[in-house]
Design a protein around this ligand. Sequence first.
Ligand code: KG4
Ligand code: ZN
Length: 329
Amino acid sequence: QRGTLILGIESSCDETAVALYGDDGLAGHALHSQVALHADYGGVVPELASRDHIRKITPLIETVCDSARRAEITGIAYTRGPGLVGALLVGSAVASGLGMSLGVPVLGVHHMEGHLLSPLLEDAAPAFPYTALLVSGGHTLLVAVEGVGAYRVLGKSIDDAVGEAFDKAAKMLGLGYPGGPALAALAEQGDPGAYDFPRPMTKRPGLDFSFSGLKTAVMLAIKACDGTPQVHADIAASFQQAVIDTLVIKCRRAMRDSATGRLVVAGGVGANQALRDRLGAAGTTDGFALYYPRQAFCTDNAAMIALAGWLRRGDFMPGIAAAQATARW
Ligand code: KG4
Ligand code: ZN
C-alpha cells in the first residue's frame, strides 16, 4: 500500500517555503527569505513579494524533491490564507497546477492552523488536548486545541497583534525590518525596569489582549527621552518586559481555567527567548508543561503546512481541484 507523502507550500507573506511530510515524519524542507528584498522599504512590499515568490517557488520545489520523489507525492497542502493576496495566489496557483500535473489532490490550509500544529514537528511533541498561545505578525490568539481541526478561540487581540507591536516599536527606535528580532536583541542591553509601561487588559477578567496603547506609551517615551543608545535599550527592554508580562498573565489564567496541563507557544514571536523562558518558569510554578517548535519553525515555514496536510490527509478529496481544510477562528 502506498504511503502518504504531502508536499507543503507556504507563500503568505515574505518567506517562500516548501516541505515534504510523510509517514516517517518530515522528509525535507527549504525556505527562501525575502528580508533583504524588503529591507530598504522598512516593511513588506506586496507586489515585490508576489514577484519573488514566483521566481523562487519552483527552484525550491526542485530542491526538496527530485522528479523521482515528486512521483511519490500523494497530496499537496498550501497556505490558503490569511496573508497577502498576491503572495497567496502564487502558492495556490502552483499547488493547483502541480496537483493537476501529478494527478494528486490539493488542500488549502489556514496559515494559523499550521502555526498551531507546528510543535508536533518536534520529538518532544505535546499530546492533545493542549492550549496554544499563537503570537505572530498578524495574530495574537489563545486557542483550545482538542485535536486536528477542533479549535476554540479563548482570547484574541482586539487591536494590534504582538508581532505588529514589536515591529512598530522597533521602527520607532530606528531599528530595521523585521523589527521583532532586532528589538529583542537591543532589549538584552537594557534595563527592563527602567520604564513602567502598561500591561494592557490584565486587570479585567477574560483572555483578550490589546497592544495599541502600549505602542503609544513607547512613542511618548521615545519623544521624551534624550535619545542615547542606553536609553533606547532601556525602552526596548521595558517594552519587551511589558509584552511578556501581559502574555504570561493571560497564559497562566488560561491554564488555570482549562486544566490541559500543556501550553504551546508558536508563531514568529514564539521565537523570542525571553518569552519562552518566562512561560517555562510560569509552568514550573503552576504545574504545566511548555512546548514550542524550534526557532526556524516558529516563524513562517512550509514544514508546518505539510504537517497540517498530513494530519488532515482524510480531508483531501480526489478529483476535486482544491478542497479546503475547515478551521473556524
Ligand atoms: O509567524 P511569522 O513569521 O509571520 C506571520 O505569520 O506574521 O511572525 C512574524 C512576526 C514579526 O512581527 C516579527 O517581528 C516577529 O514575528 N518576531 C519576533 C521574534 N522573531 C520574529 N518578535 C519578537 N522576538 C523575536 N525573537
Ligand atoms: Zn505566520
